[in-house]
Design a binder for this molecule. Structure first.
Ligand code: NAD
Length: 368
């Protein structure tokens, strides 16, 4: 078995799909690992560290992919790269299958088996492979830091001879994996934190982190698999109305609300931004799926009516070392769980494999 780890080619991608630690684990599991030179550069893992872990480092894409059985990546490959992947090999990455129907067709045509990690079912057995959680957790942490960094205040209360400074107020919308991490980080920095989620089940988790759960009387929207379900237009409008006052009172709003496979719901309207204190900050973690704030420009940091709106996509990229460590562990856990007697086995009756396998033996297994 040979695994190939290319250098990521997508613009702004700093992470890498295997780190020296996971290279050693894959090798111990009977897998030969080839790494493209410079693959770990963005996350500060040198070629030398990969060699010490037992990988073969190569400059040549041809050598990297020759006879490769498994290709581990963070982002999907560009269409132009597909020709380099050996037919019959397995590509494992965050494919964002619902956004790339044409790429899926090309993968099927090229006889590449593709595993879309974002489709992993959130069952207990799959938790060690859960890339959405590992990356969201880092994104939530970074969101709180970005909020603090762009704010024109300090976060903790300060009592000095020059007088008392009140603590900053942070509001977290959406208390899933990223939101809970944002709450914990903002609390550690000294902010007074309140949070809201349409899933009332998270109330206790929010409170256990020392934040206040806001009582907004909207219909609870618990969906399947622990996710939220989409709300009606009327419910969303009601939520916006009820949250207006809380947004206006916040120095930092971190919004992380999303619905699987849908555009992010609009929670913060232009009027709500205008009502915020000048100098306040919104960090829109949902920028990847359109954003929770009407004024967000996904991918950018802008100032709107003197409110800073940070809508950088894929925030985990800004913490490449740890994001790569956790992502690569998720991938190596998956790969090693599928190794049986030295062979990588694809059992489509397995719930995990069935969910993530979007192309196999020339067939499309996912229709959007
Ligand atoms: P997500 O990224 O899809 O959504 C983030 C949060 O936004 C969710 O908490 C959701 O309820 C909330 N949200 C959606 N619409 C909203 C609205 N209009 N207003 C306010 N909030 C809104 O979700 P996620 O963070 O990836 O995970 C959600 C939950 O899934 C977790 O809290 C957990 O319960 C569950 N989970 C289970 C496992 C597992 O069992 N392996 C792993 C990870 C997560």
């Amino acid at each position: 078995m040979k695994a190939a780890i290319p250098k990521e080619t997508a613009e702004g991608e700093t992470r890498v799909a295997a780190v020296p630690d996971t290279v050693a684990k894959l090798r111990a599991g009977g897998i030969e690992v080839w790494v493209q030179a410079g693959a770990g550069q963005g996350a500060h893992f040198s070629d030398e560290l990969y060699r010490q872990a037992g990988a073969t480092v190569t400059y040549e894409l041809g050598d990297l992919y020759a006879n490769a059985d498994i290709v581990l990546r963070v982002q999907p490959p560009a269409e132009g790269e597909l020709g380099a992947l050996p037919p019959g090999s397995v590509l494992i990455c965050m494919l964002q299958a619902h956004l790339h129907p044409q790429l899926l067709e090309s993968l099927a045509t090229a006889d590449i088996t593709a595993f879309a990690m974002e489709r992993l079912p959130r069952i207990s057995r799959a938790q060690p492979m859960d890339v959405l959680s590992s990356q969201a957790s880092i994104a939530g942490y970074k969101a709180a830091l970005l909020g603090a960094d762009h704010l024109d205040k300090i976060l903790p209360m300060q009592m000095t001879a020059a007088g008392t400074l009140a603590p900053a107020r942070a509001l977290i919308l959406g208390a899933g994996v990223a939101g809970l991490q944002a709450i914990a980080t903002a609390r550690r920095l000294g902010a007074v934190v309140e949070a809201f989620d349409v899933r009332s089940a998270v109330r206790e988790e929010v409170q256990s982190l020392g934040a206040k759960f806001i009582n907004v009387e909207v219909e609870a929207a618990e969906g399947a698999g622990g996710y939220a379900r989409e709300q009606s237009k009327e419910q969303l409008q009601r939520q916006q109305d009820l949250l207006t006052e809380r947004v206006a009172a916040a120095d930092i709003v971190i919004s992380t609300a999303s619905i699987p496979g849908r555009s992010a719901p609009t929670l913060i309207t232009t009027d709500m931004v205008t009502a915020m204190r000048k100098g306040s900050v919104i960090v829109d973690v949902a920028a990847d799926t359109g954003g929770n704030c009407e004024c967000s420009v996904p991918g950018e940091v802008i100032t709107f009516d003197d409110v800073v709106i940070v809508a950088i996509k894929d925030l985990a990229r800004l913490v490449p070392h740890h994001a790569s460590l956790t992502y690569s562990r998720n991938l190596s856990n998956l790969v090693l769980s599928l190794m049986h007697e030295g062979e990588f086995t694809i059992d489509l009756d397995d719930e995990v494999v069935d969910a993530i396998c979007v192309t196999h033996k020339g067939e499309l297994r996912y229709g959007g």
